[in-house]
Design a protein around this ligand. Structure first.
Ligand code: ASP
Length: 339
């Protein structure tokens, strides 16, 4: 009998329409009522429902810490964990949990749906059943999946490589910079070479997060005043979303502003506005200056992984230089160094 721990946070999967026709979160009983098959399965399910149940746009670090703690507290007693979560911020939660749960040797699978479980054409049933099956899968007594993942529309993605790209289709997630880990058809097709293997690692829970992170998304014509407002804010790091393979204007006023912030001890992490590909500092003249002043290379990090990795590293490390060192390293399979 498989022993799975379900954490129910809310999201569309368990929503109902109120009298005005707006989707509002509902309790786990709704899911159980609509999934009579659950009781026919060879699973022992334990459910922890968050109070209150939320739309995932209300997700916050306090809840991430509680979630990670629940996993740690129940880690030894279960084969795997399924987190039911709204899709809007699912990639942030999956990313941050991947950093908080170091050396994970069991599956932590986030899933949800685009239509509530009570709707005729819902994608909730497929998603939930497939998530449960993968969360319990073992080979020679060892969990096949040993990382935090997202299961949506018959695909299992590495959590810290994924983002929500479609709010209208069942295929809500993608991870263009990393292969799909499992494809669910008639069989579950595991992409064994792409999976993390933590068998010889120690499982360590990290619960400190420091949210002093800001975001600077560039566009042609952005004013010095706007850039200054972001750089001067009370943060330790700035995620700078640049063009193409990490390029920006070469105007000296712009580089001077960045240099000033770096001199004040702030970290500036360069990630691309492109969803596919990687930052390559120095490939073009338009990124050479950034490299020279000490802008950090985010390689192919997703926006979600960049923000949450900085929150995690800042929670763990006081020294800005140490944060800068680790943010450029691959610590949970979240980036590929290309130089
Ligand atoms: N707004 C919902 C949420 O993120 C959307 C979903 O569940 O897919 O909670």
């Amino acid at each position: 009998m498989h022993n799975i721990f379900i954490i129910y946070t809310g999201g569309t999967i368990g929503m109902v329409k109120d009298e005005t026709g707006t989707f509002v979160p509902f309790d786990f009983e709704l899911i159980k009522r609509n999934l009579p098959d659950l009781s026919r399965l060879d699973y022992k399910l334990t459910v922890h429902s968050f109070e209150p149940i939320i739309d995932s746009s209300n997700m916050k670090p306090e809840i991430w810490i509680e979630m990670a703690q629940i996993i740690k507290d129940n880690y030894e007693d279960y084969d795997g964990f399924v987190i039911l979560h709204g899709s809007d911020t699912m990639a942030f939660t999956a990313s941050v949990l991947s950093f908080m749960l170091e050396g994970l040797q069991k599956p932590v699978i986030l899933s949800g749906s685009q239509l509530p479980i009570g709707e005729i054409r819902t994608d909730a049933r497929e998603n939930m059943m497939t998530a449960l099956e993968i969360a319990s899968a073992k080979q020679d007594g060892v969990s096949i999946i040993q990382e935090v993942c997202i299961l949506f529309d018959n695909k299992l993605f590495r959590g810290n490589r994924s983002f929500k790209y479609n709010s209208a289709k069942f295929e809500a997630f993608r991870s263009p910079n990393y292969p799909v880990l499992v494809e669910a058809g008639i069989h579950l097709k595991y992409n064994t070479d792409a999976l993390l293997n933590n068998v010889n690692k120690e499982f360590i829970l990290h619960t400190k997060l420091d949210n002093r992170v800001a975001v600077l998304k560039l566009f042609p014509g952005i004013s010095a005043q706007t850039i200054k407002a972001v750089l001067d804010s009370d943060v330790r790091s700035i995620v700078m979303e640049t063009f193409g393979s990490g390029n920006t204007t070469t105007d000296s006023w712009f580089l001077d502003l960045l240099q000033e912030a770096i001199d004040q001890g702030k970290n500036i992490l360069n990630i691309s506005q492109c969803k596919v590909g990687s930052v390559e500092l120095g490939r073009y003249e338009t990124s050479q200056g950034l490299k020279a002043i000490g802008v950090l290379n985010g390689y192919d990090l997703t926006f979600e992984a960049a923000v949450t990795k900085l929150m995690y590293l800042q929670g763990e490390l006081e020294d800005q230089k140490e944060v800068a060192y680790w943010v450029e390293k691959d610590i949970r399979g979240e980036l590929t160094v290309n130089d």
